[in-house]
Design a protein around this ligand. Structure first.
Ligand SMILES: Cc1cn([C@H]2C[C@H](O)[C@@H](COP(=O)(O)OP(=O)(O)OP(=O)(O)O)O2)c(=O)[nH]c1=O
Length: 188
């Protein structure tokens, strides 16, 4: 029996795997997510995803372990989760009426085999009024989310259009992830 482990505490990633009716365990590692700003965003998110997966793989040596990390990239700036409400307001003002990229790095580890990949989605926001931003930030939704919004929640009202995988924006490019898992021999 093959065992699948999601190395993430994100409820969104859990739900995306559930959608595929896969049975899996969740194991969260407390790794240091501080970033090396000299690295390109694509490499950074893959590196952090790999760190998350590796920390869990040592405890589950025969399992297929998935780690992921999502960030927003705008004008060469790497935007992770907001530090506070002021930070969210600043980020949402910058993203208003603009297109940004959401990058998710995914790492899959099984025994000696590793797969790393990055998926990108372009997201374009409507022009947002100060009032709309203030109301959205007060809802609390931006708090635990890269780029200070959640496309799957109230944040859906901010988005004019996207180009690429919607699920990648939510935190896990699920269709590519399952395909890469199968390449490593996963048959669940
Ligand atoms: C842009 C965007 C991000 N997000 C979320 C996805 C990720 O959960 C979060 C980015 O933080 P991550 O560090 O990628 O993940 P996490 O802290 O939630 O979970 P863990 O570290 O345990 O793996 O932002 C949304 O839910 N919706 C969105 O539209």
């Amino acid at each position: 029996m093959q065992n699948l482990v999601l190395a993430s505490g994100s409820p969104r990633r859990k739900e995306l795997l559930h959608n595929l009716k896969l049975s899996f365990d969740v194991s969260v590692s407390n790794i240091d997510e501080s970033i090396d700003e000299t690295l390109p965003a694509e490499e950074l998110v893959m590196k952090i995803a790999e760190k998350k997966a590796k920390a869990v793989a040592v405890q589950h040596p025969d399992s297929f372990v998935i780690g992921a990390d999502t960030a927003v990239l705008f004008q060469n700036q790497f935007l992770g989760k907001p530090k506070n409400e002021q930070d969210s307001i600043k980020v949402l003002k910058a993203l208003s009426n603009q297109t940004h990229e959401v990058v998710t790095g995914v790492a899959i580890i099984h025994q000696e085999s590793h797969i790393l990949f990055v998926e990108k989605t372009e997201v374009t926001f409507w022009e947002l009024s100060d009032e709309e931003i203030a109301e959205y930030v007060a809802s609390g939704e931006p708090r635990d989310k890269a780029g200070s919004y959640g496309i799957q929640g109230l944040g859906s009202a901010l988005v004019k259009h996207i180009k690429g995988d919607y699920f990648n924006v939510v935190g896990l490019p699920i269709s590519r992830t399952i395909r890469e898992l199968r390449k490593l021999g996963y048959r669940g």
